[in-house]
Design a protein around this ligand. Structure first.
Ligand SMILES: Nc1nc2c(ncn2[C@@H]2O[C@H](COP(=O)(O)OP(=O)(O)OP(=O)(O)O)[C@@H](O)[C@H]2O)c(=O)[nH]1
Ligand SMILES: [Mg+2]
Length: 228
């Protein structure tokens, strides 16, 4: 039976990416509910093909998960990219620390990304990053105008299942779109977001990266509603 990874789950349908064989639309009939198990985005699964031409199948087995995030609901994430902005929005250091502690607690590697360095004033980011580099974290500095930090970020993502985490408006979706070299995620200005009072980014989806690996974009959140 073929195996693959769930890249997206919507209303009882799970989209399973199979190496060199595209994406299968799968269901998970009955058996999992009895075991109290629901397939999650990020799950590595074994499935039976029910319709080869239509690329449809049924998930038969879920491989053991190396990690589980609750928000976003994703399994097997092995790296968190904690994104803050040098400015606009001002960095929420409490949220950053909580993201790092949560990752540590789950045994997930964490990288700090300081984005929007083009907006930095008085080299604030050097002070921002000091405690994190001292603590042993990789700190990557990026902006839409920069290529060096951006290449480092792409390298850091290769071969991992990573998730972007951080406040709304720091530029996570903008980074993702640039990595994918196409607009896969809506982005918006901070003021637009405040006006609308809601986030631009919604359900969890694994994006297959051109350099190998997967990346999950998440909507920004504040320190009191963190990925559990
Ligand atoms: N000056 C500057 N603006 C940026 C940069 N990166 C992103 N932006 C802008 O910041 C705004 C927010 O970017 P998004 O990518 O939507 O932010 P997000 O983190 O995905 O936000 P949520 O989806 O709400 O969590 C957009 O208007 C972007 O154009 C950057 O490096 N420099
Ligand atoms: Mg976004």
């Amino acid at each position: 039976m073929p195996s693959g990874i769930i890249i997206r789950g919507i209303a009882g349908f799970y989209y399973v990416a199979v190496k060199d064989d595209g994406v299968y639309e799968c269901r998970a009939r009955g058996i999992f509910r009895k075991k109290g198990l629901t397939p999650l985005t990020g799950d590595r699964v074994i499935f039976s093909v029910t319709d080869p031409a239509g690329k449809k199948g049924n998930i038969e087995e879920i491989e053991e998960r190396s990690s589980v995030l609750v928000r976003p609901a994703v399994a097997n994430v092995d790296q968190v990219i904690a994104v803050i902005a040098a400015r606009s929005p001002d960095p929420d250091m409490m949220l950053l620390d909580k993201i790092l502690v949560t990752a540590e607690d789950k045994g997930i590697r964490a990288v700090v990304c300081i984005n929007k360095i083009d907006l930095d004033e008085g080299d604030r980011r050097t002070r921002l990053k000091e405690p994190y580099t001292k603590a042993g974290y990789d700190v990557i500095e990026t902006s839409i105008h920069d290529t060096e930090g951006f290449s480092r970020l792409k390298e850091a993502l290769e071969g991992h299942i990573s998730v972007f985490a951080g406040q709304s408006g720091v530029g996570k979706s903008t980074l993702l779109n640039r990595i994918m070299d196409t607009v896969v995620m809506k982005t918006g200005s901070v003021s637009e977001k405040i006006d609308r009072g809601r986030h631009t980014t919604r359900h969890a989806e694994l994006m297959e990266l051109p350099g190998g690996g997967y990346l999950v974009d998440t909507p920004g959140f504040s320190s009191y509603e963190l990925m559990g």
